[in-house]
Write a protein that binds this ligand. Structure first.
Ligand code: PEP
Ligand code: MN
Length: 370
């Protein structure tokens, strides 16, 4: 196969700027329930408002996405009247309308060409950020969480992770300290200034966990707990949505759609390894998913090489690889004494190894221009 000059230059463009390409699949047999209206680069405010007004007349709401080069208006509705596209295409200032045929809409890159940046306090996640969330799998004691928080902050981490409500494969293992664990996390935040990422497992715990957490983590096992997704969506708080153990990328993005559809755009996707035939590692880190999710969606994507590999000595290489694949950050398990950790000790880094990894990540980030 020969590659034409155009294709080659298009490929260069894609390497430099993956987000903007709008793939336009055929819509012949599909009902349109989402579309974007692409405005001309010189469209003025009154022309944009005229489009928004017409949408209102059809009881539809336009989501404005104002990029540097062009404005895009996203529309989602159970039934977009077929005539609407034709109507809008003759509006002054409208360049074209493009139906979004992917099953997820609000989370689709087509819907919002620019990267979404999720703010956690003053930490920005997305658009090529290198946010590092670090801490133990589980909060075990005041001393353990404070020591870990101090050491990861010292090494340059920007957020503290730690579970208080733990989903464990066996009911006979330690399942977390519950609210006391949340209280200790808040103490560690007060001590270090690091925002807290912690898991919430059931819809009924969302209010409680949201009172303490800066980021609500939805774990892999709960990725398709749709009531939980809607409940965390209603809080408006940043949500870290881990990919399910056997979830496809499409299912993962549809789960994110549940949160965003509640009016909460603050979703951070997290690839944490998937189940494959391989048993030599705990999971298989799917770095395709990191790169593809960044392309298919505007949401930030981070990677979890701890759960992705299950082995502490594989965490550094996969952390580096994830960043190189385009992850906007990492979540890494660190324990002051991994051999005595109540959960996931085998995949937890010592504070020393974490600090060593952080300097390698900094060198890589610089090489990547980030
Ligand atoms: C965790 O972060 O400790 C955890 C349980 O992750 P996952 O849901 O990805 O297994
Ligand atoms: Mn863990």
């Amino acid at each position: 196969m020969t590659i034409t000059i155009e294709q080659r230059s298009a490929q260069r463009l894609i390497v430099a700027q993956p987000p903007v390409a709008i793939e336009q699949p055929s819509t012949d047999h599909k009902e349109v329930n989402a579309m974007i209206v692409v405005m001309r680069s010189n469209a003025d405010e009154s022309q944009i408002n005229a489009v928004l007004e017409r949408l209102k007349e059809h009881s539809l709401r336009g989501h404005l996405s104002q990029g540097e080069e062009r404005t895009i208006i996203g529309v989602v509705g159970a039934a977009i009247p077929p005539i609407l596209r034709e109507e809008l295409e003759v509006f002054p200032g409208v360049q074209q309308t493009v139906p979004i045929t992917r099953p997820y809409k609000l989370t689709a890159r087509e819907f919002r060409p620019e990267d979404t940046i999720v703010m956690v306090g003053d930490v920005a996640v997305g658009a090529g950020s290198c946010v590092i969330m670090a801490g133990p799998c589980t909060v075990e004691s005041e001393e353990q969480i404070i020591t870990t928080a101090r050491s990861v902050r010292e090494a340059g981490a920007t957020m503290l992770r730690g579970g208080a409500f733990k989903p464990r494969s066996s009911p006979y293992t330690f399942r977390g300290m519950g609210e006391e664990g949340l209280r200790l996390l808040a103490l560690a935040r007060a001590e270090t200034g690091l925002p807290i990422v912690t898991e919430v497992m059931t819809p009924t715990d969302v209010d409680l966990v949201a009172r303490y957490a800066d980021v609500l983590q939805v774990g892999a096992r709960n990725m398709q707990n749709y009531q939980l997704l809607e409940e965390v969506g209603r809080t408006g708080k940043p949500v870290l949505l881990k990919r399910g153990l056997s979830a496809t990328i499409e299912e993962w993005l549809l789960s994110a759609e549940y949160v965003v559809a509640q009016g909460n755009p603050n979703v951070i996707l997290c690839e944490r390894g998937i189940r494959t035939f391989e048993t030599a590692t705990r999971n298989t880190m799917d770095l395709n998913a990191v790169a593809l999710a960044k392309r298919r969606s505007h949401l930030p994507v981070i990677a979890d090489p701890s759960h992705g590999t299950g082995k502490w000595y594989l965490v550094p290489p996969l952390a580096l690889a994830s960043l190189a694949a385009g992850a906007d950050g990492l979540i890494i398990e660190v324990h002051p004494d991994p051999d005595r950790a109540k959960s996931d000790g085998a995949q937890s880094l010592t504070p020393e190894n974490f600090a060593a990894l952080m300097s390698r990540l900094a060198a890589l980030a610089a090489a990547l221009g980030r």
